[in-house]
Design a protein around this ligand. Structure first.
Ligand code: NI
Length: 228
């Protein structure tokens, strides 16, 4: 399931993030964090994880994720990899086709995170750069994704993906992975659909015996499938 979540960050938070990700930020070669398969394909810059700016930005993103009910419903997060930040511009401007590692070590929380869900949070105004689309392969072909600043895309960690070369301007983004309480993508999808339709039913008819019962069904399925 590929999902577009709008306004995860408010405009003032996007502005703060951008100001912390200027030329003065602790940018390092993105290859330093890539596995051997991805290393030859990766050509971007990444914010040093031990920098003060990185810690401030990580907390900004974590707080934004905590307050978003749609993110919770879609991802059912058990662990969130410490958010990372990257920049594609100039000569360091692309990331060829690759798959992300299945388990990744999150440094700030010192834990292993299974990459059930991949997330990219766009931070640059799409009009300010050319190229830089996130291209995700699926059974239907390719999805090309370039979102407004503050918006997030979620896609299954199993997918081959790439970032197209940035030919003008700079593309700033945050990326991270989620280990879900519900490992199966199919189960997560069913729970999300049920949750969204229950929300719509409540908005239309208020609380009814049927919505109460179906909410019970939602939680019973979650209890069946969740690992905490
Ligand atoms: Ni990747």
């Amino acid at each position: 399931m590929l999902m577009h979540l709008k306004n995860i960050l408010q405009p003032e938070e996007v502005a703060e993030a951008r100001s912390l990700l200027g030329d003065q930020a602790a940018w390092i070669d993105g290859r330093s964090s890539a596995g051997s398969q991805a290393q030859s394909r990766k050509n971007n810059e990444q914010l040093a994880q031990d920098s003060a700016g990185s810690r401030t930005l990580q907390e900004l993103v974590r707080a934004a994720l905590r307050r978003d009910p749609l993110f919770f419903s879609a991802a059912l997060p058990r662990k969130i990899f410490n958010p990372l930040f990257n920049r594609y511009s100039g000569e360091s401007n692309a990331y060829g086709s690759h798959v992300d590692g299945a388990v990744l070590h999150s440094r700030s929380t010192d834990e292993w995170v299974r990459s059930d869900v991949s997330c990219t949070l766009f931070l640059s105004d799409p009009a300010s750069y050319d190229g830089g689309e996130l291209v995700v392969q699926d059974a239907m072909g390719e999805q090309r994704i370039k979102l407004p600043a503050g918006d997030l895309v979620m896609y299954p960690g199993t997918r081959v993906h790439r970032v197209e070369p940035v030919t003008r301007g700079a593309r700033l983004a945050c990326f991270f992975w989620v280990e879900s309480m519900v490992r199966s993508e199919e189960h997560r999808r069913l729970l999300f659909d049920l949750d969204m339709n229950l929300l719509a039913l409540r908005q239309r008819h208020g609380e009814t015996p049927e919505t109460t019962a179906l909410t019970g069904t939602y939680h019973n399925l979650l209890r069946l499938w969740a690992n905490t």
